[in-house]
Design a protein around this ligand. Structure first.
Ligand SMILES: [Zn+2]
Length: 414
């Protein structure tokens, strides 16, 4: 234990207290409004639906609280508790080369971490989602997903880790800059390849084949000057009753994806409005902006790691007695989120601003009234709370609260 240990514990403690307090506020706010649909939605959402959304939100927030405490204790166990050092010793005993040992330590650490998270994803899917009638995941699908994720981690994560450790060892003082270039190239490649290569491993994507709707969508795409090979429908109903639509990929691989669950509930007017919202994200270059921010942050992070890697207090303060490149990388990946949590409100605010811009775009190029109707159906289908706590929402929410968003769109009507 050194001064840095105390700083780490203080930051972790502060983040846990802050997040528990926000969760408490959220549960209190949702429960307090459980028995009355907010005025703005009174004619659109039934009391029974509203109550279900409240109970669902409370159940998820409660699980989140338990998970938060569990994760924080694990993190202390990995670091100050000596878990990482134990894992490192285990692999060092195998007598492999420095880089191979490092890959083994990092990959196995992530593997164990995923295993330790398993009870929570099981509980979420098969208890909470099941209780509220959303779960469609079978045990077979769940196990299959885990196997595919593990395989992806090995096939993509292990070579990337190997390349990172090689750069750290062989490329001299500016290794962090080269590693950043590698990371940037890898992220862009993944981003580009994700819709066509990775997502289809988990879901089936088919081109929307409703001719009438297709034509209408094409008109909107032409009007907005968007070139796309078509709109894809994803079999979201394989895992869950939740519905969504999203924009993904870049270049020739960019696509707009609708969940089949959503297509079933929306009429053509509403589908057009949701599509226009997604086009808004594209037209306002939200994806590019996000990528630039991510790149700048990772460059800053790696430069910081380039300095930390030479500081013995960094290792000792986090329970690691034997400094090495892979331990520096691993500690950095595990501990940074404790400190960056305090930037979360900024990221959420930024994301909500983008949602408003996309809504404005949809209001101009399609219809605000249709988008409002679509959103109300989405809130129902996802049992989203209409009455989140103000601070909780400001801290975490990537989308504006329902009431604020609908009110904003209402000003664009007419
Ligand atoms: Zn959006």
């Amino acid at each position: 234990m050194n001064a840095f240990s105390y700083l780490f514990i203080a930051a972790l403690g502060a983040s846990v207290v802050l997040r528990l307090w926000l969760a408490h506020r959220q549960i209190r706010s949702v429960a307090a409004h459980r028995d009355g649909v907010p005025d703005a939605f009174a004619d659109k959402i039934q009391l029974e639906t509203h109550r279900k959304a409240a109970d669902y939100t409370v159940a998820k927030t409660r699980q989140g609280r338990v998970e938060l405490v569990y994760d924080s204790l694990l993190l202390v166990g990995w670091t100050l508790g000596g878990g990482l050092q134990w894992l490192d010793n285990l692999w060092l005993a195998a007598g492999w080369s420095t880089i191979n040992t490092g890959v083994a330590v990092i990959v196995s650490a992530f593997f164990i971490m995923s295993l330790l998270e398993l009870p929570f994803s099981l509980y979420h899917t098969f208890v909470i989602e099941e209780r509220f009638g959303f779960n469609k995941t079978t045990a077979g699908t769940f196990v299959g997903d885990l196997a595919k994720q593990a395989l992806l981690m090995l096939l993509l994560g292990a070579p990337l880790t190997w390349a990172a450790l090689w750069l750290m060892q062989e490329s001299g003082r500016l290794w962090w800059l080269y590693l950043w270039l590698l990371w940037a190239a890898f992220s862009l490649l993944m981003f580009w390849a994700y819709p066509a290569v990775i997502a289809p491993l988990f879901n089936k994507f088919t081109l929307l084949d409703n001719e009438q709707l297709q034509q209408r969508i094409q008109t909107l795409l032409d009007r907005c000057g968007f070139k796309s090979k078509g709109i894809y429908v994803m079999d979201g109903s394989r895992r869950s009753g939740h519905g969504n639509a999203y924009f993904t990929g870049m270049g020739r691989n960019k696509r707009i994806v609708f969940f089949d669950t959503l297509l079933e509930t929306l009429d053509p007017d509403e589908i057009e409005a949701v599509l226009a919202h997604e086009l808004g994200h594209f037209k306002r270059k939200h994806v590019q902006k996000r990528i630039v921010i991510m790149m700048v942050m990772s460059l800053g992070g790696l430069a910081l790691l380039g300095w930390l890697i030479h500081q013995t207090w960094f290792y000792q303060g986090l329970g690691v007695s034997q400094p090495s490149n892979h331990m520096a990388l691993l500690l950095f990946l595990m501990v940074t989120p404790v400190f960056t949590l305090f930037l979360q409100p900024l990221a959420s605010w930024f994301s909500r601003r983008h949602e408003f811009e996309a809504d404005d775009y949809a209001a101009t190029h399609s219809s605000a009234a249709n988008l409002i109707r679509a959103l109300v159906k989405l809130y129902k289908e996802n049992a989203s709370s209409l009455t989140p706590d103000r601070l909780y929402s400001a801290f975490y929410d990537s989308h504006p609260p329902a009431a604020v968003r609908v009110a904003h769109l209402s000003t664009k009507m007419g």
